[in-house]
Write a protein that binds this ligand. Structure first.
Ligand SMILES: [Zn+2]
Ligand SMILES: [Zn+2]
Length: 531
């Protein structure tokens, strides 16, 4: 088996190595060699996916597909809301017509309003209860399930001698509905760069897999890159590659405007979830394309049609050979965010699949992008670098990632520079910075005052917030090892701390610690005053 790494160009490897430096290891280019980092990718994709693609990393095909219905809905709805549009004006004309002719039209005249409706116009058929209306010359027009709303509207209009704006209305609707078909070049890829960039684009959408945006599940991309059953399918913006800057170089790579992961095993082919939007038509087309490839290049056999399923329930499936199987498809991941269960899925089922639950874990090895270990511990699903390699810490206050020199310690906790500056408080007694929240209010009480009579809350009470160190530090300043405590009467557990001048080693310490001049603070000796 060819080593797939030898088939990547030197330029591609440099680009991927720089990509890892820029977006995974936070600028550290000392990460393991790209060949080492791609060893699991090589084994996984070399298993059968490389052969599935006819020994290529990327294959392309032009697909004609339906625009998702919700997009059509939005476009048509916008027309109905725009008072300048033919849709808006015709609806008003039609409503007035129905009201003016209600007697002739008969009891169900108001039901005709249902036909000038965004959803029904998109579906192009009427699916509600049948009813009929009368024409002026005594005939009836039946509105049956499955009929085309546009045709009924024309019939009614014709019977009543025509309606203003009908033709413009029909044109406007058909312009939108004929854009239902889109053409795009779909790429199927097992190229490692397409896994790393699966949510990286400059088209304005993102997901939790984006490496450049600290995506909270981005390590999942590595499991997908190292999975032996997962391929990436995408529509790239035409003539509009994305440029990015990595490891001091500029690069360009395809700009994914839509992408979805697909799982291919001998038992099942299925899409995972489309980003940034769902398009079940694209999923079914890609599933079918993958089936053709697997039949041709791997000799695997599947049933022809796509089946819609819910991964939580067992469904009865009729194989192409007429045999029935009760199947439940269950997909799991390790770290990767598992999209199954959030939407309905489409699958193509292997011809040999019998009744039972089919478990597939579609994750490959996870890996540290720094050391290349597949057996490492990580700090959260967003980390691409293992705990061993990562010398960065989270600021305990704002949560920012901080590295080596930018980490500030305060009372045993780690902060970034700006959070440190917000919290740090210089304590004069032990001459160190402490967390302002770890300080204790200590009052300086006049010598002759009983703390029970002292108003601690009064303005002018001399108070200092000190990091309450006690012990040796206190001995340097006081002839005690700690401040005196005073329990507030009747308030359980509430303590006030205070010191008195007689507790100081040196009365000048009052100035240093409490910022008050001891001469001002100590009342003058009454005898001296008398002199
Ligand atoms: Zn590591
Ligand atoms: Zn911070």
């Amino acid at each position: 088996m060819t080593d797939l790494r030898t088939l990547l160009s030197k330029e591609e490897k440099t680009m991927m190595s720089d990509y890892v430096t820029q977006f995974a290891t936070d600028g550290d280019s000392d990460h393991a060699d790209i060949d080492y980092l791609l060893r699991c990718w090589n084994t996984a994709k070399g298993n059968y996916l490389y052969k599935l693609f006819g020994e290529k990393f990327q294959i392309k095909k032009t697909l004609v597909y339906n625009k998702p219905e919700d997009k059509l809905y939005d476009e048509l709805q916008r027309k109905f809301n725009d008072w300048n549009s033919a849709c808006y004006n015709f609806r008003r004309t039609f409503d007035r017509f129905l009201w003016e002719n209600r007697i002739t039209l008969g009891n169900d005249y108001y039901k005709l309003q249902l036909l000038v409706d965004v959803e029904r116009l998109i579906k192009t058929t009427y699916e509600d209860d049948e009813f009929s209306v009368n024409t002026p010359d005594g005939r009836t027009i039946k509105v049956q399930k499955g009929c085309r709303p546009m045709r009924i509207i024309s019939k009614v209009a014709k019977a009543y001698g025509g309606l203003n704006g009908l033709e413009e209305f029909q044109n406007e609707v058909s312009v939108i509905l004929t854009q239902k078909k889109l053409t795009g070049e779909m790429t199927l890829s097992i190229h490692p760069m397409d896994y790393m960039t699966m949510s990286h684009n400059d088209l304005g959408w993102s997901s939790c897999m984006d490496w450049t945006d600290q995506g909270c599940y981005r390590r999942g991309t590595i499991e997908m890159m190292n999975s032996n059953c997962v391929v990436v399918a995408y529509l790239a913006a035409e003539n509009n590659d994305m440029s990015f800057y990595a490891g001091r170089h500029s690069y360009t790579w395809n700009n994914k405007k839509w992408r979805e992961l697909f799982i291919v095993t001998p038992e099942v082919i299925t899409g995972v979830k489309g980003y940034p939007y769902q398009n079940s038509d694209l999923v079914k087309l890609v599933n079918s394309w993958l089936r053709e490839l697997a039949e041709e290049n791997l000799g695997w056999h599947y049933d022809k049609e796509n089946v819609k399923y819910d991964h939580r329930t067992t469904f009865s499936h009729k194989h192409d050979n007429g045999e029935w199987a009760d199947i439940r498809l269950n997909f799991e991941t390790n770290t990767m965010y598992n999209d199954f269960g959030t939407i309905s899925h489409y699958a193509i089922i292997g011809s040999h699949v019998t009744s039972g639950t089919l478990y597939t874990n579609y994750s490959g090895d996870e890996m540290c992008m720094m050391c290349g270990s597949t057996d490492a511990y990580f700090d959260g699903e967003g980390s691409l670098v293992c705990n061993n390699c990562d010398d960065s810490t989270c600021c305990e206050c704002c949560g920012d990632r901080i590295r080596g020199d930018d980490v500030y310690e305060l009372d045993g906790s780690y902060y970034c520079c700006s959070c440190y500056e917000d919290r740090a408080y210089y304590d004069v007694m032990d001459e160190c910075d402490h967390d302002i929240n770890n300080t204790t209010a200590i009052y300086l009480l006049p010598e002759d005052v009983d703390p029970a009579d002292y108003d601690f809350g009064a303005w002018g009470a001399v108070r200092k917030d000190l990091y309450y160190t006690t012990g040796r530090v206190w001995r340097r300043w006081f002839n005690t090892t700690e401040a005196a405590e005073y329990k507030v009467p009747g308030t359980w557990g509430k303590i006030r701390y205070y010191v008195k001048p007689s507790m100081f080693n040196n009365i000048e310490n009052i100035e240093t610690i409490f910022d008050v001049s001891w001469e001002d603070y100590i009342p003058a000796d009454p005898e001296e005053e008398d002199e």
